[in-house]
Design a protein around this ligand. Structure first.
Ligand SMILES: Cc1cc2nc3c(=O)[nH]c(=O)nc-3n(C[C@H](O)[C@H](O)[C@H](O)COP(=O)(O)OP(=O)(O)OC[C@H]3O[C@@H](n4cnc5c(N)ncnc54)[C@H](O)[C@@H]3O)c2cc1C
Length: 501
């Protein structure tokens, strides 16, 4: 029970809720964030994991969104060089696409719209001679190569929550907002923990960052619908054994005009997605359907000489995009931009509702949200996140490779690929995970695939991991690397219960 009103109660621990919590806490605003499940349990762990402008959104004239997203690539690469990395995309050209000169013009616009500085620009590629043509069908002779970036989406959310908490925010996971009503100038809210325990929070402003559940949470508040709403669009991905050599990704256009990415993933795999299927079911029960998996494999078969079949799929996942409903019927054409709706009648505490958005734009979305809350909450501090690092992002020595080399010198007993994985996951905080250890045997139980008791304990104590799948599928992706027996053993045992973060 919080006797004193907090400034901000945020419902939803995806990228948008944690992004707002971090920005607000850094400005001295008191924050409680509640998440009904685990951090990034839903859409924010089911993305294509790209920090991108969205080349195809240019076709829909979404210049504001694309400019903002392109500029964010550079900001986020500086802010979290451990969990983000630049990626080159190869776009094989063929007669079914727009003419080469038009694509080139679009890519030049893409190169310049967002003030690209560190990432290399577009180039033409001769797929007959360039290594990136290896594995493609021989009819693909020409193409383009351009820059974007990739991110570990669920770790991004965990790190935003860590940063928010270190700046004073309270992060409550497995805790749902179940009631909210305006009373005497504040929001009086009831939060219910898994297991039924309830607490009351009084807040001067409420942020609805519930993603696919945004309408349900608005319903709790009793605030009348404004005409804004979300359109749910399901997207699925498959993970298959690595399909081609090289670290480049591919941008492929399916027979129906939709874009499918093939992206190097987790060293041994290729991540392929996505689909765009209108969805009106329960957001908590989404699966990649056999039809979607077949479509992704067929699209790969249009381009690659040895495409995977559905039987090769090592893992598949699906998520629901909570898109701002702009009245567009075609699921691929619905805007990917966000809308912030503020309901604040005179004297009433504000409700800020987030519609839409992308992983890529969470930081700017948070800045815009704080701009809208500044008047009602009366804080003075301005934007600060553009030049800030996320936890672990202050890599000593600058670049990631240099940092990894230094870590290898400090921990010569930490074998690959675990060393690289941990450098990416924790950045400079790898020293906190490994504190005091001088040998592998110091790290406790070996769960397989490089996961140790020490790391699990760190994730429980510092990053709100509470159930085995939080560790295997969100804080890490080691579920993909463990043997079935290792995975089953880990899933069967409860995580250690220790003092919470
Ligand atoms: C297939 C797919 C591919 C995508 N690819 C990309 C990409 O490559 N790049 C990119 O930038 N974006 C991408 N996106 C978009 C991006 O993933 C989403 O825009 C973003 O994750 C939405 O975040 P969110 O915080 O709004 O929602 P969510 O991550 O869904 O978070 C909302 C949270 O609110 C919680 N919640 C709901 N109700 C309550 C309640 N009553 N109390 C407490 N908590 C509650 C939910 O449990 C949930 O965790 C993709 C999306 C999909 C589906």
């Amino acid at each position: 029970m919080y006797e004193e009103p907090v400034d901000l109660l945020i419902a939803g621990g995806g990228v948008n809720g944690t992004g707002v919590a971090r920005d607000a806490a850094g400005r001295g605003v008191s924050v409680v964030l509640c998440e009904q499940d685990d951090l990034a349990a839903w859409t924010s762990s089911s993305s294509s994991k790209l920090i991108h402008g969205g080349l195809r959104y240019l076709e829909h004239y979404e210049f504001r969104l694309v400019r903002e997203a392109l500029a964010e690539r550079e900001v986020l690469l500086r802010s979290a060089p451990h969990i983000l990395h630049p990626l080159r995309f190869v776009l094989p050209h063929h007669a079914g696409l727009r003419p080469g000169w038009m694509l080139r013009a679009g890519l030049l616009l893409y190169d310049h719209l967002g003030g690209r500085r560190s990432l290399p620009g577009t180039r033409r590629v001769n797929l007959e001679t360039d290594p990136t043509g290896e594995g493609l069908k021989p009819q693909y002779r020409r193409g383009f190569e351009y820059s974007d970036a990739a991110v570990d989406d669920s770790r991004l959310v965990a790190l935003l929550a860590v940063d928010a908490a270190e700046r004073g925010a309270r992060i409550l996971t497995r805790t749902a907002l179940t009631q909210a009503r305006r009373d005497a100038g504040v929001w009086r809210c009831v939060l219910e923990r898994r297991g039924g325990e309830r607490q009351t929070v009084t807040a001067r402003a409420l942020v609805n960052a519930a993603g696919p559940w945004v309408e349900t949470v608005r319903g709790l508040t009793g605030v009348a619908a404004t005409g804004n709403s979300v359109k749910l669009v399901k997207g699925s991905h498959i993970v298959v054994p690595r399909m081609y050599p090289g670290e480049q990704a591919y941008t492929l256009q399916g027979a129906d005009g939709r874009v499918v990415f093939a992206i190097p993933y987790q060293g041994r795999f290729t991540l392929v997605g996505t689909t765009d299927v209108p969805y009106d079911g329960d957001p908590a029960h989404v699966d990649a359907s056999a039809e979607e998996i077949g479509y992704l494999c067929r699209t790969l078969g249009d381009y690659f000489e040895k495409p995977p079949t559905p039987a090769d799929v090592a893992w598949a996942y699906a998520g629901v995009r909570p898109l701002f409903d702009d009245g567009e019927d075609d699921a691929s054409a619905v805007t990917r931009d966000y809308v912030l709706d503020v309901d604040s009648e005179a004297g009433a505490p504000p409700l800020l509702t987030i519609y839409g958005g992308k992983i890529t734009t969470f930081r700017r979305l948070a800045e815009h949200a704080l701009e809208k809350l500044q008047g009602p909450l009366g804080f003075e501090a301005g934007p600060w996140t553009a030049d800030a690092r996320l936890p672990g992002g202050d890599l000593p020595g600058g670049g990631f490779e240099r940092f990894r080399g230094q870590a290898a010198d400090r921990y010569p007993w930490l074998a690959e690929p675990t060393l690289s994985r941990m450098c990416h996951a924790y950045g400079s905080r790898i020293d906190a995970v490994l504190a005091g250890a001088t040998a592998w045997s110091d790290l406790g139980e070996d769960h397989g695939a490089g996961l140790t008791g020490r790391e699990v304990r760190y994730l429980v104590e510092q990053e709100w991991a509470r159930e085995p799948e939080d560790v295997l599928w969100r804080r890490t992706k080691l579920g993909l690397h463990m043997s079935p027996a290792e995975r089953a053993a880990f899933m069967a045992a409860p995580l250690p219960s220790v003092a919470t973060a």
